[in-house]
Ligand binder design. Structure first.
Ligand SMILES: Cc1ncc(COP(=O)(O)O)c(C=O)c1O
Length: 433
């Protein structure tokens, strides 16, 4: 079992001094890693393969009330910033859990339970048997746990409740009351940890080993890759859906990163599907927790120092996931940082759209892909470096809705319900106009 010291060995701690203030001159790094554009590691290619993604979608079909999330075209905004199109996949509506994380944690829980049942019954146990008394009895004997910034824990707690397992979620000091309440609603025991996300991961790992609990982490390190790999794999349906919904393949994709799981799932799956014809892929970090950006700068995974907290709470991770880095060092084309005001500005832009565009309710970490696009589009040098021309077709993911509604209202000036209601009016006008 993984130990805290291994995590610390894996990370090369940068001194606060060595992390330069990220300014507009160094907000973009083109990928210069020696592995860049090389084939994915065989295990990652397998994990993110077309067959695996199909299997995940089949699995998802078993979830009551599952439906595709909408893809929203921001035609007005595209015209305003001088690109051909902008499409946003709205994961705020995923499985009523408020974020794309609904796909990963809960489905990893189901898969782990089925594996355990298969082991105990010495035969293959399929998802159709999930609610049989025998499988429920196996679940009742398991305790699932994880550390979270909010969304992953909510998904894991939901999955544990669905299958009837015990659940313990470790939350650090920065997780808001609203987000904790949203996890506790699924019957999970909440365990508080002093410190940041990385501290809560270390504590969850320690307690899981001590108590024999099953740790369903969304981040990975040497010796602990299989379950985070499953979590990452389970994000692929959002891309499969988007590729069916998009009128044309995108030329540019911007995806926000915490430990890098969602960015790696999307970049890796695009690379498996499209090879060198894939879109230009930019990974976006908050400038105050830029662990992927700094890893790209030095050429290997690094732990960055914790200075000031960022408003992009779900992205506040100081150390990349090992498997995410392995994929992104090959399949990402650029790394960018955005500041807190960029993220808030993007939330506001999505809530108060250009005439004719639909409004999108995006949480503090949800609109970060758009924040990066707006920043890149306004800088001719960056535009040239990433080839963002007038014919660019941009794909973004709103990774979360208003998962902390009170904070959303404070930052945007309207309630999430008020913003959603704008679309009803717009749709009504369109149908009567
Ligand atoms: C809303 C949201 N966006 C993006 C991310 C980043 O995902 P990852 O940590 O896989 O990079 C998270 C992680 O919790 C999240 O909750």
């Amino acid at each position: 079992m993984h130990k805290r010291s291994e995590r610390l060995n894996f990370a090369i701690r940068l001194s606060t001094q060595s992390i330069k203030q990220v300014t507009s001159q160094n907000m973009l790094l083109l990928n210069q890693h020696t592995n860049y554009r090389g084939p994915l590691d065989a295990s990652d290619a397998d994990n993110l393969s077309v067959a695996a993604a199909r299997e995940v979608e089949r699995f998802l079909g078993y979830r009551d009330g599952h439906k595709e999330t909408p893809l929203i075209s921001l035609t007005g905004l595209a015209g305003e910033i001088g690109v051909s199109s902008i499409h946003v996949k709205d994961e705020g509506r995923r499985l009523d859990l408020g974020s794309f994380k609904a796909l990963g944690g809960s489905y990893a829980v189901i898969r782990i339970l089925l594996e355990e049942a298969s082991r105990q019954f010495s035969r293959d146990v399929g998802v159709s048997e999930l609610h049989t008394p025998e499988v429920k009895a196996v679940a009742a004997g398991m305790t699932i746990c994880c550390a979270t910034d909010g969304n992953h824990g909510r998904s894991v707690a939901y999955g544990a409740q669905l299958v009837g397992a015990q659940c313990a979620i470790f939350v650090h000091s920065g997780v808001s009351r609203e987000r904790i309440a949203a996890i506790a609603r699924f019957g999970a025991q909440i365990l508080r940890v002093e410190g940041n996300y990385d501290d809560s991961v270390a504590e969850a790992t320690r307690v899981a080993a001590e108590q024999g609990w099953t740790l369903v982490s969304d981040t990975s390190w040497p010796g602990y890759v299989r379950i985070p790999g499953l979590v990452m794999q389970r994000y692929t349906p959002l891309l499969s859906e988007a590729l069916r919904q998009l009128p044309e393949r995108p030329t540019h994709v911007f995806v926000q990163s915490g430990v890098g799981g969602i960015a790696a799932a999307v970049a890796g799956h695009l690379s498996v599907l499209l090879g060198h014809d894939r879109p230009f892929f930019t990974v976006v970090d908050p400038s105050r927790a830029a662990c992927l950006f700094e890893s790209a700068r030095v050429g290997h995974p690094v732990k960055v120092a914790h200075a000031q907290s960022t408003v992009m709470a779900m992205l506040e991770c100081y150390e990349p996931s090992l498997i995410a880095w392995r994929v992104l060092s090959r399949a990402a084309d650029a790394f960018m940082t955005v500041d807190d005001e960029d993220a808030i500005n993007a939330m506001k832009r999505l809530a108060n759209p250009t005439d004719g565009d639909l409004a999108v309710v995006a949480g503090e970490s949800g609109g970060v892909g758009l924040a990066a696009l707006l920043k890149a589009a306004s800088d001719p040098d960056v535009r040239a470096k990433i080839g963002l021309r007038a014919d660019a077709r941009v794909f973004l993911i709103n990774t979360e809705g208003a998962t902390d509604p009170r904070l959303y209202e404070q930052l945007v000036g309207f309630t999430p319900a008020h913003v959603s209601a704008k679309n009803l009016k717009l749709r009504k006008n369109m149908s009567t106009g």
